[in-house]
Design a binder for this molecule. Structure first.
Ligand code: BGC
Length: 741
């Protein structure tokens, strides 16, 4: 009997593998059949194994796998491992699974490849400031090339959480506040990671996260509750996740928060009704970290078995790190609290991705030393990171053309804790990046200005009260013809579990800035941070001001490109900058209210102590040249529901250097059956203009882009008047309008 079973298993496996090797063997039905036959062979324990994801660890001696996980891997009780990378290491773990487990099912290796793997690109929020979808897609492409060459199959990205609260540290991981821009960027990232075919060796399976509405955590406090109307959810928070699903994201991750009283990890509405039934998602759903276990703390599960039951029934397929499926599912099946078929379904979704990645073809195909050697930090990858970085830098102020730094400058003083800093340049999540390989601003300046004297003075550290370096910093400033103040947050001050209730520059950096600017020297302040900071004083007093975010490996070179004028800044803020924390949440697409702001009327919607205006609006960013907008024209004055609405505008470069402008189109529906935002971004374009030249930019809108949700998934476009605004930021004043009949 035993022999017969063995023969049968071998036959099915042989068939499975050979079918995979056929050129067009990945035909959907064929794969489904292979999966079914494999599932038929699996014990319940082996099935649960496929639903289990465990971490690899790291100590002084390097990467290692816990003894208990090693034994589980050998017994086929683990389907996937995360935080393990490197051709040799992943090969070793894969051998553990393939050479020991009964069914030889390969492991899936996942990792947080968020903005680069070895070559670290700008943090996602910074990349979003480029509004450059091709560059963002390419950034994900390079990350996938590097990571897949180190044995990885799967990245926990993109993060598609809309964030309108900069107190929330994870704002750094997303694309900012806007659903339209956020959706395009989420899709671009999925395409970049996954390429055209998951079977290609240089791709990664993407994981859209954190589903859903994690970015709306109350008061910006991480992991906090979210309570919002379904209309708001559908209109603002869901579009980026949906776009990632439509772009083919292979997997999705639940979020830690509860949404309207139901934790995301046990939320049937989110994980099944929306994601699968409405959007047709066919990949698998993984929990975020130990979020199944957290159902106990949320207070919806009485014990771990209950938590497992709730999450599996809601639509979770894979348990990250909690080990609760492993502990509880057998019991739940035997008690008939869950049916084995639901487990089979989850297994089948997971195996499908393993098939698509070609792991049944060759479980080691991503773990080759040779590929690893040739695909990491190549000059072209470093160049792509530099280009992405300079496209992400936002020029916020440039009084009297303080920047770019003129070639006449003999001495530059580089002052502040970020000047020769390398440690903080990667920001949150740095995968396998080595910060000692990051180009600091000091290094970037030295290679760009080899004949200029560059005095570097830290002045103070990022945190703390020590002002003992102030005197030397002041002296350096006085000796220089130009001063760069390099200020900001430490890398760990944004990201997960890094919410802040104050958003000013940490420590005594502001005081240092005041002292240096007081010298009257031309000063450019460069802010490195993972979120908008309340930099009002600098916005008024620093002759030039740059938002540099965290730019990754090529930080210093990219900043030198901008500061020297070799590259003309073009980035625009993907998120509103508040004046103070009290204004938060602040975003451009707010509602008008019944008492819109009126300076002369106390009883209108405003504060007593701060204006309603942000420090910098969404979409804002300057260039070394200037752009003029004119001749905003519509193809007709009135349109029918099936018409295409054609908008054109003339943009001219009125300055002295060539530059790129991001032309933005906003719409307002002034009268509707429900209150509508005062503006919504509906289109944008990037154009390059030589000085003195003009271009006509054309946009096409379809009336179905002008609608809104009225209840549940019911979305309508109402006839009536619409206003269009076009310009270089969300305060664009050029306006026209049309009737929709
Ligand atoms: C984070 C996820 C991440 C996961 C795995 C969690 O703590 O919330 O974004 O993908 O860890 O590292």
């Amino acid at each position: 009997m035993k022999q017969l079973t063995f023969l049968l298993i071998s036959l099915v496996l042989l068939l499975t593998f050979t079918m995979c090797q056929q050129p067009n063997g990945n035909d959907q039905d064929e794969v489904a059949q292979k999966i079914d036959s494999l599932i038929d062979l699996m014990t319940l324990e082996e099935k649960i194994g496929q639903l289990t994801l465990y971490t690899s660890d790291m100590d002084q001696t390097g990467a290692f796998i816990r003894k208990e996980y090693e034994s589980d891997i050998k017994q086929g009780k683990v389907g996937a491992i995360f935080n393990a990378y490197g051709a040799d290491y992943t090969r070793r773990l894969q051998e553990m699974a393939v050479n020991n487990s009964r069914l030889r099912i390969p492991l899936l290796f996942g990792y947080d490849v968020i903005h680069g793997h070895r070559t670290i690109f700008p943090v996602p929020l910074a990349e979003a400031a480029s509004w450059n979808l091709e560059a963002i897609e390419n950034s994900a492409r390079v990350a996938a090339e590097e990571a897949s060459a180190e044995g990885l199959h799967w990245t926990f990205a993109p993060m598609a959480d809309i964030a309108r609260d900069p107190r929330w540290g994870r704002i750094v991981e997303g694309a900012g506040e806007d659903p339209y821009l956020g959706a395009l960027i989420a899709a671009a990232r999925v395409k970049g990671f996954q390429g055209d075919d998951l079977a290609d060796l240089n791709t990664l399976a993407a994981c859209v996260k954190h589903f859903a509405a994690y970015g709306a955590s109350q008061a910006g406090r991480d992991y906090h509750s979210v309570d919002m109307s379904e209309l708001m959810l559908r209109e603002v928070y869901l579009p980026p996740y949906k776009a990632a699903v439509e772009a083919g994201a292979a997997t999705a991750m639940t979020s830690f928060n509860d949404l309207n009283g139901v934790p995301a990890t046990s939320n049937h509405f989110l994980l099944t009704e929306l994601l699968r039934d409405e959007w047709g998602f066919e990949g698998f759903v993984v929990t975020d970290y130990t979020s199944i276990m957290e159902l106990l703390y949320h207070g919806v599960a009485a014990d771990t078995a209950h938590a497992a039951e709730l999450s599996l029934k809601a639509g979770v397929d894979m348990d990250m790190q909690a080990g609760i499926f492993q502990q509880s599912l057998t019991k739940l099946v035997s008690e008939k609290r869950i049916q084995e078929t639901i487990i089979d379904q989850a297994v089948s979704r997971i195996l499908k991705i393993k098939f698509e990645l070609g792991l049944f073809d060759d479980p080691y195909r991503y773990s080759y030393k040779e590929r690893e050697k040739n695909n990491i930090m190549r000059p072209d990858q470093l160049e792509a990171a530099r280009d992405m970085a300079r496209k992400s830098i936002v020029l916020l102020r440039n009084e009297k053309n303080t920047l770019p730094i003129s070639n006449e400058v003999k001495t530059i003083a580089l002052i502040g804790p970020m000047g020769s800093n390398q440690r903080d340049l990667f920001g949150s999540w740095s995968a396998a990046g080595d910060w000692t390989k990051a180009v600091s601003l000091a290094q970037g300046l030295k290679s760009r200005f080899p004949d200029t004297k560059i005095i570097v003075e830290e002045g103070c550290s990022i945190e703390g009260n020590d002002k003992s370096g102030f005197r030397a910093a002041e002296k350096a400033a006085k000796q220089a013809d130009f001063v760069i103040l390099a200020l900001g947050e430490a890398y760990w001050m944004s990201g997960e579990a890094a919410s802040r209730s104050e958003l000013s520059l940490p420590g005594v950096q502001q005081e240092l800035a005041e002292l240096i600017i007081e010298t009257g020297k031309p000063v450019a302040s460069v802010i490195m941070s993972g979120r908008p900071l309340t930099i009002n004083w600098l916005a008024e007093n620093s002759p030039a001001l740059i938002q540099a975010w965290f730019l990754g490996t090529q930080s210093g070179n990219a900043l030198a490109d901008i500061l020297s004028g070799d590259y003309n800044p073009s980035a625009k803020l993907p998120v509103t900058f508040p004046r103070n924390v009290g204004q938060i949440p602040i975003y451009y697409s707010m509602k008008n209210t019944g008492r819109p702001f009126d300076e002369n009327n106390k009883y209108t919607s405003k504060y007593l102590d701060v204006s309603n205006e942000p420090l910098y609006p969404f979409g804002f960013g300057l260039s070394y040249t200037s752009f003029h907008y004119d001749k905003l024209t519509l193809s007709q004055q009135s349109y029918k529901m099936n018409d295409s609405i054609q908008v054109s505008v003339e943009v001219s470069n009125t300055g002295r250097v060539a530059g790129e402008e991001i032309v933005q189109l906003y719409v307002r529906d002034p009268v509707a059956s429900m209150t509508r935002p005062v503006r919504e971004l509906k289109a944008f374009d990037r154009i390059w203009l030589e000085p003195g030249s003009s271009k006509i930019i054309k946009f096409r809108l379809h009336p179905n882009q002008l609608g809104f949700y009225v209840s549940g998934k019911k979305y309508i476009t109402e006839p009536g008047k619409f206003s269009i605004f076009v310009g270089g930021n969300s305060n664009a004043s050029l306006e026209t309008g049309f009737d929709l009949k």
